[in-house]
Every structure is written in C-alpha cells, then in structure tokens.
Design a protein around this ligand. Structure first.
Ligand code: HEC
Length: 143
C-alpha cells in the first residue's frame, strides 16, 4: 500500500463509487418495475373501486387519514382497515355512525351522509387497498 493518497486514487474512488451506485440504482429500479404489476392488485380494480376512490378524493379522507402510509396523521391508517374490521359491514357501520359524541378528548370523524351505493363503493375501495401487496408497509398497524 502506498503511503501517499494520490489525486488519481481519489478520482478512481469517485468514479468507481459513482458507477457502482448508479448501477445498483438502475438494477433496483428495474426490479421494482418488474415486480409491481404482480403486487398492485390490478385484477380487482373494478368500476366500483374507482368510484370509491373518487369519493375518497372528493371528501378529502386523506386530509385526516393515511392510506398505505401516505396522508395525514390525525386519524387511523385505512389501508388495512378492511382486515382489521374483518369485512365491509363493519366499515360501513362505522362511517354511518359518525360522529361519536360525548367522549371527551377523543378525535371524531364527521358525518358524510353517504347513500348505500356510495358506502359500498368506499368499502370496496378499502377492500381493494387492503389486498395490495405492500410487503408489510406500513410496518405499524395504525400507520
Ligand atoms: C376530519 C377528519 C376526518 C376525515 C375528513 C375523515 N375521517 Fe375517518 N376518522 C377520523 C377519526 C378521528 C377517526 C377515529 C375516530 C374514532 O375512533 O372514534 C376516523 C376513523 C375512520 C374509520 C375507522 C378506522 C379505525 O381504524 O377504526 C374509517 C373506516 C374511516 N374513518 C373512514 C373514512 C373515510 C372513508 C373518509 C372519507 C370519506 C374519512 N374517514 C374521512 C377522522 C376523519
């Protein structure tokens, strides 16, 4: 090993390191794009799910909730709520029964006055979201 750290050694480390990590980045990007179609649950993407997504956006659910880790931290994560509630009925009943009054200090969710069709669409959307293979993201069950 030389005692002197020369300019050319520094340059080689710089270029070699950059090249290595650029290649690693490309390989990981390629791998992500290759595996995503198997994980995004697109075979269950129905018109009803799309309607639920529109309602989700129009009513700004994400202004309070996270979905698969993205969103606001005021209210619980909803990407896994279908599994936590064991189905659509519990979700619909919860949304219909808001706001829960008289519990001091508890954050409450407003009433949206959805009709049956809209409630079903939202529940379908949350079911769809719960079936996306996120490789266990978010790691915390409450988001
Ligand atoms: C103003 C904030 C706010 C908005 C907007 C909001 N929520 Fe909520 N939501 C809450 C809060 C707070 C809770 C927890 C309430 C509780 O436990 O009493 C909650 C709970 C829930 C739950 C039960 C979650 C659980 O883990 O128990 C569901 C399902 C839900 N919301 C769906 C929705 C949907 C769908 C929308 C959009 C149509 C929406 N929320 C919009 C505040 C909000």
């Amino acid at each position: 090993m030389q005692d002197i750290f020369t300019k050319s050694m520094a340059r080689n480390i710089y270029y070699g390191g950059s090249l290595f990590f650029i290649l690693l980045f490309l390989v990981l990007t390629f791998d992500t794009h290759r595996t995503l179609p198997e994980r995004d649950n697109r075979e269950n993407l129905t018109e009803q799910v799309a309607q639920g997504k529109r309602l989700w956006e129009e009513n700004n659910c994400v202004g309070c909730h996270t979905l698969l880790g993205e969103g606001a931290y005021f209210a619980p994560e909803l990407g896994n709520v279908y599994k936590r509630y064991g189905g659509k009925e519990g979700i619909k009943a919860f949304i219909q029964s808001r706001p829960a009054e008289g519990i001091p200090g508890r954050r409450s969710m407003p009433q949206f006055n959805f009709n049956d069709e809209e409630l079903e669409a939202i529940a379908e959307f949350l079911k769809y979201a719960s079936e996306i293979d996120t490789q266990n993201w978010p790691p915390n069950i409450q988001g």
